[in-house]
Design a protein around this ligand. Sequence first.
Ligand code: GAL
Length: 428
Amino acid sequence: MKKNRILTIGAGAAVLALGLAGCGGDSGSGGGTGTEGGDASEVEVFTWWAAGSEKAGLDALVSVFGEQHPDTEFVNGAVAGGAGSAAKDLLQSRLQQGDPPDTFQAHAGAEIQDYIDAAQVEDVSDLYDEFGLNDAFPADLVDRLTVDGAIYSVPANIHRANVVWGNTKVIEEAGVDPNATYETIDDWIADLEKIDASGATALSVGQAWTQVNLLETVLLAELGAEGYEGLWSGDTDWASADVTAALEDFETLIGFTNDDRDGLDWPDATQLVIDGDAAYNVMGDWAEAAFAEAGAEAPADYVYFPVPGTDGVFDFLADSFTLPVGAPHPGGAKAWLETVSSAEGQAAFNKAKGSIPARTDADTSDFGAYQQTAIESFGQDTIVSSLAHGAAVPVAVLNDITDATSKFTSGASDLAGFQDALVAANAK
Ligand code: GAL
């Protein structure tokens, strides 16, 4: 993998750099590092990779785990629901009841910061030393995972959230060029109108969190990387005319989508494109794994490109694993974190998951064509933090944004009301 852009982002561009946990604030683990080991007979791994291509990714990691740690039993604690829509609530109640899993999936950035602030996760920086991770991950990534000298998670991957996936035939049949490139969302809308007029569903989307995934990419397209990052730092005014323009585009895009959206999770919405029941879907690049699993081939069957207006920007998120305070099998968790962070684990997992390794030395030579583009983009693009996937804002803020989005797309609020609700959500 190429030397990473986040290695080279200077202080002046820090606003555009990864919004990882280094945003400061008081923190502390619940005492003791727990990293010495302990009971390694089993490890309960809590994720939301319960089915389909996501489970296939997890299975690939588990298979490396089985080779590296044959004496530790893997216990699958996966809770279904895309983007952790159900998992995070259940996890929170388990943590509050003192019943943590041995390790859980969380997003690097603001989401992990929540767990740090609540003293629910241990400092695992000893493991960075023990496993040699300070050199294996990009230096800036390690810096940004560091909070007051401590590190609380191990990243398994890097995903990109600002990707359009298209069905080649459906697009062609509507008289649109599947290889067209679009400078702006407005340019794309002109072709979506043609597809819509042909009778096909121009854009598929699913339940609320997938709508937020779409929304963040439209904000990014309209505001640019710096303006978008300003939404999270406070430098961009949520009440501004630029945000209004983005919301208008979002409204137009939602107008092209399937009516049954609120009943669909991401695999269903992406499947509409795979099956030729919709032309496009905006989704993070876990969708690549779904196309691959379906045997689809690019460009004959599907196309992909950055959301118009966001070329050159990599809307980033990283799935990371933790050592919860009070984990019943800390030795098992340590073994899991070792596999997650290993070059072999990262290669196997990411190849199957559609993402790219966080390690710079994992072998990606047999990764697919899409993933090669992601590796290249991550190496040269401006990196910004995903809203829908925990990098940009704490879970409570994201929940409010999601509720506001859902209210708007279901017709329960108008655009002005939507924008007011977004202003309020971010004023928390
Ligand atoms: C994201 C997660 C990805 C993928 C996606 C859809 O939040 O980081 O790994 O699982 O949700 O469920």
